[in-house]
Design a protein around this ligand. Sequence first.
Ligand SMILES: Cc1ncc(COP(=O)(O)O)c(C=O)c1O
Ligand SMILES: N[C@@H](CCOP(=O)(O)O)C(=O)O
Length: 471
Amino acid sequence: MDYISTRGSAAPLDFRSVTLAGLASDGGLYVPREWPRFSGDDIAAMAGLPYAELAAKVMQPFVGDCIAPERLLELTRQAYGRFAHKAVTPLVQFDERNWLLELFHGPTLAFKDVALQLLGLLFEEFLKGSDQHLTIVGATSGDTGSAAIDAVAGREKIDIFMLHPKGRVSEVQRRQMTSVIAPNVHNIALEDASFDDAQAMVKRMFADTDMTGRFRITAVNSINWARLMAQVVYYFAAAIQLGAPHRKTAFSVPTGNFGDVFAGHVAARMGLPIEKLIVATNVNDILHRALSSGDYSAHGVTPTDAPSMDIQVSSNFERLLFDAGGRDGAALAQQMRGFEGAKAMQLTNAQREGSASLFASARVDARQMSAAMRWAHDNCGAVIDPHTAIGLSAALEADLPRGVPVVTLATAAAAKFGPAVEAAIGVSPRLPPRLADLMDREEACTDLPGTYDAVAAFVAQHATPSPALAD
Ligand SMILES: Cc1ncc(COP(=O)(O)O)c(C=O)c1O
Ligand SMILES: N[C@@H](CCOP(=O)(O)O)C(=O)O
């Protein structure tokens, strides 16, 4: 399996190189040259597999020769062995149509753990026996940061620099990052910046030859293909439990950077029978506007009680535009350059038509979000987080054929957003015992002005040059 860039001019790479590269050198995102496909019989044979085995099966075609099947299974067993639920991503029934896929049983209580626990192991696997040192530079609106830090803290050949917009993540999210005190972990709070600003700085660093000449920079955000690959698995896990390959399932996905829902698109491309992928946004609704009217224009970020989705420039949407729009890298490169300048663009007819059959979308405001939290609590006794509530609100309103189950992705545990949950349902969710002292732990974080130069200077001062590149 080799991977090509959405912008058409970077050299194709294999899975190992794509994982270590993070972002393509032409500024694009890597996607497989073609989608592997499973037949109905292949999918039927996956029923009942333990999650780690299912994961190894679904991911093997993407990994190709870079990791032997037995080794991949060892890695998935190790990655998912740290989850607090035997099923890893359990499926919970809400009513005759609605289901919840709980993705928050990993170490940091958000869906990011599903991919990042594995990605940490993949980095280590690919660095084995080499003298290279990785410098991870990531942007977070709250959850990717702690999941990535948990996955790599203390690893010898890796430094991590995690940028978050100061004051725009929940207190639990911030402390989950800043209370990890390790020599290779560097938390940076950006003053007067949004997640979009942080993500733009990360992408700029990949194009900064002064930095890439000294450090082997890679990504843990979902711009890194390996993140999405691992997220494809739980679509298979849920749909198979609900009757795939013989029955279609719809998914409602609370969306920000478009990674999680793009993983659903990949599952559909691989042959999983998906009726609809519902892209549920908060009031930062660029994706809803793009999918419903073709208008992809950023209006500035409004802070909400679902802060991890306070995103306007949605990296993985580029992957959809590429795949749904005819895979024309040169044309997409031009279109994306236009967007980067004007912060606005129209989807082409091909992009709109190519996404219309699988995708639906909804914009969920604060009132609707609270109502969904109350619906889950009052009808099902469930305490859900604000992001999940956005997905559930869209699921409850979705127009789907009778008999099609709809699975809302529960992307974070409610306890990460205690005050917002308490305001909606009057219940204060508790952190698990292993995090009970989180509010008392020491924190380490550097405040920086929200400028690229300040961040680059900080990284350059603290990162370890990669000998293979410096020589
Ligand atoms: C809790 C939570 N829900 C939903 C999202 C949105 O996911 P994506 O960015 O993959 O669309 C995020 C962040 O990405 C998140 O942390
Ligand atoms: N919501 C994320 C933002 C980054 O998304 P990613 O999936 O691209 O890492 C967060 O909580 O950090």
